[in-house]
Structures are given as structure tokens and as C-alpha cells.
Design a protein around this ligand. Sequence first.
Ligand code: NDP
Length: 448
Amino acid sequence: MSELFDFDLFVIGAGSGGVRAARMAASKGNRVAIAEASALGGTCVNLGCIPKKLFVYASQFPELFATSQGYGWNLGLSTTFDWNRLRDNKTAEIQRLNRIYQRLLDTSGATVLQGKAGIEAPQQVAVNGTTYSAKTILIATGGWPYIPEFPGSDLAITSNDMFYLEQLPKTAIIVGGGYIAVEFAGILNGLGVETHLIYRGSQLLKAFDSEVVSWVHQAMLDKGVTIHLETEVTRIDKHDNGLKVTLGNNQVITSDIALYATGRKANTTGLGLENTAIQLNNNGSIAVDSHFKTAEPSIYALGDVIDRVQLTPVAIREAMHLIEHLYGETSHTISYQNIPTAVFSQPELATVGLTEQQAEQQFSAIQVYQSDFKPLLNTLGNSADRIFIKLIVDKHSDRVVGCHMVGDHASEIIQGVAIAIKAGATKADFDATIGIHPSTAEELVTLV
Ligand code: NDP
């Protein structure tokens, strides 16, 4: 601890990474401040993972209602959906989480400063007109949705707006082929909105195993999403109370909203980076070394603002790593290998490790095991949804190097598989494991 400074660590941004770093640093006896211009908890809590998943749950009920009939349930005639109730209940839950974040920070001993922070010098930060000195500054300001410029782009909205829509649209255009586009396509379609997904490439979710993506793609079509590939929106015009959206192939779609899910950019505007030696990468994210140090030796950065892997658990891990590095004993670098991830599409997709295409490039010989089957729930439920599971094995070592799944509970199942893969499990280890019957996951230990 240095009494020369107001704080040992000044964290800018109280999202997943910033809050974890602040709490850990404070628990190690450091004097910590954390500044946040908006609600505590950052993107994940306020405008991302949590409200998104609540919306996913909401959108799955119509299929569950349909399934219930095969199990003997008679549905009432007046089943309706109240968007305002969902939106407002979600907001109340987010506010509860905001209060929990406040309490966690308070009990850790960190000083929470509500306001936009600007860096005035390598060891000085100003918030609400007061300048604080800090031995170390950590930038954890996350990212912000990006909309490309084109005629009418100001009429487009982002995922931020989706959580506060005044009313549920009847028709929606969604642009993009990544996580957010595919997830919102499932949400809106499930809630009964006529949904068009427009992607400029030939395969949605292009970073994922292409066979797995084709399962998701087909299932989305079967559920009613209209997917337009290899085309772009060229202009958006106002039309009656909605929008007229023109595509590159001259097709015109009228829609109530145009949601752009075209990626997120590092949140560095107004941070005062010009008062430091910090360097940016080509995409505007902050450049850091393997211990998250920027080109300015007293300033570190982590999470979405460095754009390595834009996932909440990764930001948290980076924060834990940094605090151990700064105030603990370890100096190892963080591993970005075998990060499990899920797209909360409908059906859900989850994955860990290499895609088949990546494994083919990395190993001289691989073995692919796969299975698709009707889950037990759907035998009486009459849904056409199937489960798809794919295991990729390095033939030489017998190690499982990738596992991919499409279907109910994929994220829950793949989280467990990720532990096995991280621990170096072989196909023989999977085979030697006794299954849980009847379950979807037992398929993983009986693949031949
Ligand atoms: P992604 O980077 O995943 O996808 C962006 C999509 O927009 C891509 O398909 C991209 O196309 C397309 N795109 C980019 N620029 C343009 C353009 N000018 N015109 C048309 N299309 C364009 O970003 P998202 O916004 O979906 O999500 C941001 C990040 O947030 C994700 O990468 C993920 O890390 C994280 N996230 C994680 C979730 C989860 O864990 N479940 C959920 C939501 C977000 P192309 O592929 O051709 O470049």
C-alpha cells in the first residue's frame, strides 16, 4: 500500500471484470475505488446475459404448452402473452441484482463512485469534478453495440433497446449472424413475432463447427424464422408506423423494428486515453500484454475493452488473474484454450474445444463420433426437435479435443464436459464412465 496515492487501485467500469477485480483487490487489503457511469453489473447484468436469458425462457413457453398436451394437459382457450409484464418483471430483477452488486462492493471495502471517469494523467482519474490519484488504474469499461453507417441506419436499434421496447413488434428484421442476432431471432420468433434474420455471409455463427451450425439453422427454419443469407440491408426508410427495409437483392421487407447485432466495439470514448501512452488495436480495443498491462505502465485493461474473448466468465477470470499478478504470488499467464461457450439460440448450442475443421488442421488423424436422437420429452410431446451431439477425438492420443451439442440443456451438459476436456480426458475415459439413465447426457458415454 502506498500512502502517496488516494487509492492503490482505481477501477473504471463496474461490470463483471471490474467488480471482481475491485472486490479481490480490496479483500487483499488494498484501498480500492471503482467508478461506474451507469448501473452496477455492466453489460451482462443490465443489457446482456441475464435479461437475455430471461427473455429466452419467456419465448420457450409456447413450445412447452404444445408439448404439455401430449402429456394429458388441456390448455385454456385464453392463453395470452403480456410483453409489458415480462419487460417490467425483468427490470425489477435486474434492479435487485444491481443492489446485490452494490452490497458486495460495499462489504468488500471498495469505494463506489457513481459517475463517468476520465483519465487525466497516468495515475490520475477524475469523477464528477474530483481528481483522485491512484498507484494503478484498471480500465474495464466493456463494449458497446456497433451499427454500420448506411442510409437510414439511425432508424436501426441495438440489443440495448430490445430490453426496454414499449411494445412487442409484430414483425422484426435482425441483422447479423453472431450470438446476439441468432439469440434474438429465437426470442422474437418464440414470442410470436414474424422474424427475418439477415446475414451477409453464407453460414451463421461462422466461428462454430459448421455441421453443428447447420443443425441450428435448419431447426430455426423449422420453428418459423426466415433466414436471408448472403445479403445486406442497403437502406431503411420510415413507412407508416414502421420501417421499410431494402435488401441488396432489392427485396423490400416492412418491419416494426430493425435490430442490428453487428458486433460490439470497445468502450473507450471520453476515457481520456489521449492523456496516456495507451495503444489501441486496429479494431479500437486496448492493447495489453499477457498480464493485461497497457503501453502505459501504471494502467491495465481487461474484459470486452481488450476484445480477446467477449464473454463474462473470461472477463472474471482475467480479473482474478490480474489481481493475483499484482497483489498475489502467481505470475503465470492465462489460458484461453478450451473455453466452453453457449449460444442461447433455439435450439440451444453449446461447445468446448476444437471444431472438426480446426481438429483436422491440428492433428494428423481424428475420429468423429456423433449421434442425433429424439429426446424422451418429445416422444409424447410430439415436437420435431432432436438432439445432436458430436465428439472429436485425436486418434493418436485418444484425447477428446472437442465436444459440440445442439438441443435442450446443451449449456448445462457442455459445462461438465469442459471439465473433462480441460483435465485431458480420453475417449476411453468417456467410455469407462457409467451413464445416467434416462438422460440426454448419457449419450456422451456411449458414442461408438
Ligand atoms: P458477433 O461478433 O458474434 O457477430 C457480429 C455479426 O455481425 C457477425 O455475423 C458479422 O458478420 C456481422 N457484421 C459485422 N459487421 C457487419 C456489417 N457492417 N454489416 C452486416 N453484418 C455485419 O457479435 P454480436 O453482436 O452478436 O455479439 C458480440 C459479442 O458478445 C459476441 O462475440 C460474444 O462474444 C458476446 N456474446 C455472448 C453471448 C453468449 O455467451 N451467449 C451472447 C451474446 C453476446 P461476419 O461474420 O461476416 O463478420
